[in-house]
Design a protein around this ligand. Structure first.
Ligand code: 6PG
Length: 248
C-alpha cells in the first residue's frame, strides 16, 4: 500500500491526474494499451478535468486508452447523476479518445441483464474467461465505508467466483446501480483510492486501522498490485502521526 497526502483538494486532483498519466504511459509501453475503470461521485471530477487540459491532454496515449466504469447509476446518461455522463462532460468528450474505446455500463436493460451484458463486454475486451485485469481502477470512498457501489453488508465471496458485475440498490442517490464486484477490483494491477474532505476523515481512519465492523473498503486488497491511497489533508486528519509518503 502507498499513501500520499495532498495539501488540499486541488493538489489531490493533480496527484490523481499524474497517477493516471503515469500508469497509462507505463501500460502502453509494456502492453500496448491502457485499460482503466473509473468511478462516479464528486471526488474524481477535478482529476478528470485536468486530464483534458495541457500538458496532460497531449501526453496521454488516448488512442490506446480503454475506459470502463466501476459502477453506474441506472438513469439516463444525460442525467446529472450519471457517472458516464459526468465523465463524458468532464473529459471524454474533450480528448482524442476513439469512441470505440469508451465502454459505459448499459442503463436501459433490466438490472440483471445489464450486469450480465457488462460482464460479457469485459470478457470480450479481455478475451479471456478468467477475471479481467485492469491496469488501473480508480475508486472513491463513501462515509459509510462503501466503495464502487458495494455497500455495507456486502463482502467478497471467498471462492472469488462471484459474478464480475452485479446490480444493487442503494447509495446516494438511492437508486439501482450496476457495479464491478470485489473479484474484479482485487485483480487490478493498480487500485487508486481518491478521498477528499473532512467528512471522510473518520472513515479513512477506520479503514486504515481495520476497525470492525469490516466494511466494503476493507475488502479491497489487490492481490498482485499496489493499493494507492490519495488523500487530501482534511481526509487524512485522523490518521496516526507519520502516516503518508509519496507514491514514487
Ligand atoms: C458512485 C461511486 C461511489 C463514490 C463514493 C464517493 O456512487 O458512483 O462510484 O463509490 O465513489 O460514494 O463519492 P464522492 O466522491 O461523491 O464522495
Amino acid at each position: 500500500m502507498t499513501l500520499r497526502i495532498a495539501a488540499d483538494a486541488d493538489e489531490l486532483d493533480h496527484d490523481g491526474a499524474e497517477l493516471f498519466l503515469r500508469i497509462a504511459k507505463d501500460s502502453v509501453s509494456t502492453r500496448d494499451r491502457f485499460a482503466v475503470a473509473i468511478s462516479g461521485g464528486s471526488t474524481p471530477r477535478g482529476m478528470h478535468h485536468l486530464l483534458a487540459l495541457e500538458p496532460r491532454i497531449s501526453d496521454m496515449p488516448w488512442a490506446e486508452t480503454h475506459v470502463f466504469w466501476v459502477d453506474e447509476r441506472l438513469m439516463p446518461y444525460d442525467h446529472p447523476d450519471s457517472n458516464y455522463g459526468s465523465a463524458r462532460d468532464d473529459f471524454l468528450s474533450r480528448v482524442p479518445i476513439p469512441d470505440a474505446n469508451v465502454n459505459p455500463m448499459p442503463v436501459n436493460l433490466e438490472p440483471h441483464a445489464g450486469a450480465a451484458a457488462y460482464g460479457q463486454c469485459l470478457a470480450e475486451f479481455f478475451n479471456h474467461p478468467s477475471i479481467p485485469i485492469f491496469d488501473l481502477i480508480v475508486l472513491g470512498l463513501g462515509p459509510d465505508g462503501h466503495t464502487a457501489s458495494l455497500f455495507p453488508g456486502s463482502a467478497p465471496d471467498p471462492s472469488g467466483e462471484e459474478p464480475w458485475v452485479i446490480s444493487v440498490t442503494g447509495g446516494n442517490p438511492n437508486v439501482t446501480r450496476l457495479t464491478m464486484n470485489y473479484n474484479v477490483l482485487n485483480r487490478a494491477r493498480h487500485v487508486g483510492m481518491l478521498v477528499s474532505g473532512a467528512g471522510k476523515a473518520d472513515i479513512v481512519r477506520r479503514i486504515h486501522s481495520k476497525e470492525p465492523p469490516l466494511l466494503p473498503a476493507h475488502y479491497v486488497v489487490p492481490s498482485s498490485g499496489p493499493m494507492i491511497w490519495l488523500l487530501d489533508r482534511a481526509a487524512a486528519a485522523l490518521l496516526p502521526e507519520g502516516v503518508g509518503h509519496g507514491t514514487g
